[in-house]
Write a protein that binds this ligand. Structure first.
Ligand SMILES: [Zn+2]
Length: 266
């Protein structure tokens, strides 16, 4: 039987969610003992500096070990969906209805088993979205849409994409508003250390990417952004205090006309 009122954070591959949420984790956004759920945990993606034959044999185990170290450091439980990367080309997903249904069913089953009441997933955005990132986002959005009393929260898909914070996002017909959580010097040091845990995949460009302010943030602060559905009930652990600064769009201004619409397959 699952534990009630729990947050489940979906990571596409090992290392993906770490780059978007360490500050949010430290600020208490995800309540007690959240779960990291890595989807393509058997990914054999190899970075240039690692020998391919060694990686083919040991890669998935190395990546799972990195995931576990991250979970231990941040007080997360750890689950995987044990999927291998499949050759998905951009644009392929529309034609892969069976694949998408299978992924959605696995995601939904895990949320139910864990008793997840809040589900967090990255929001890949813009051109050239990695097809696996799009597949997981769509599967999670659709699974949550079919479940009762489960809230979906969105985070950026760092280092690949970051949403502008000066306008709401529409995802599956629902409006989401951003809250910006600034990172202190200590938060930032801890974030860099957390990313370094994923040594087998991390690149210098990723460290640079997470130090840039969010698009539309004129203050220049380094931050993470979380997107909550408008008017949704907040769990108990969030009502205790302010955890960041909400950024409502300018009412009546030109920008309020602009919405970031996120394509889903629905
Ligand atoms: Zn990834």
């Amino acid at each position: 039987m699952g534990v009630r009122s729990r947050t489940v954070l979906f990571s596409v591959h090992a290392d993906d969610i770490c780059m978007s949420v360490t500050g949010l984790l430290r600020a208490g956004w995800f309540g007690a003992r959240p779960v990291l759920a890595t989807v393509y945990s058997l990914s054999q993606h190899v970075v240039d500096r690692i020998d391919r034959t060694v990686w083919a044999e040991h890669g998935p185990a190395i990546r799972r070990r990195e995931d576990r170290r991250f979970c231990d450091a941040f007080g997360l439980d750890y689950r995987t969906l044990d999927l291998r990367d499949v050759p998905l080309a951009p644009g392929d997903l529309a034609a892969r209805s069976e694949y998408r249904r299978g992924l959605r069913e696995q995601v939904a089953a895990l949320i139910v088993e864990l008793g997840g009441s809040v589900v967090v997933c990255p929001l890949p955005h813009g051109r050239n979205v990695h097809p696996h990132h799009r597949a997981v986002h769509e599967a999670v959005v659709e699974a949550v849409g079919e479940l009762h009393a489960v809230s979906l929260w969105l985070v950026d898909d760092l280092p690949y994409s970051r949403l502008p914070i000066d306008r709401p996002v529409i995802c599956a017909g629902q409006e989401y508003r951003p809250t910006v959580v600034p990172l202190s010097e200590t938060d930032l040091k801890i974030k860099m250390a957390a990313m370094a845990i994923y040594a087998s995949q991390m690149r210098p460009a990723y460290f640079r990417a997470v130090r840039r302010p969010a698009p539309g943030d004129t203050t220049g602060r380094i931050s993470e952004t979380i997107w909550l559905p408008l008017n949704a009930a907040r769990p108990k652990w969030l009502r205790a205090g302010a955890l960041g600064s909400a950024c409502p769009p300018t009412v009546g201004g030109r920008r309020s006309q602009l919405l970031t619409r996120v394509a889903t397959s629905r």
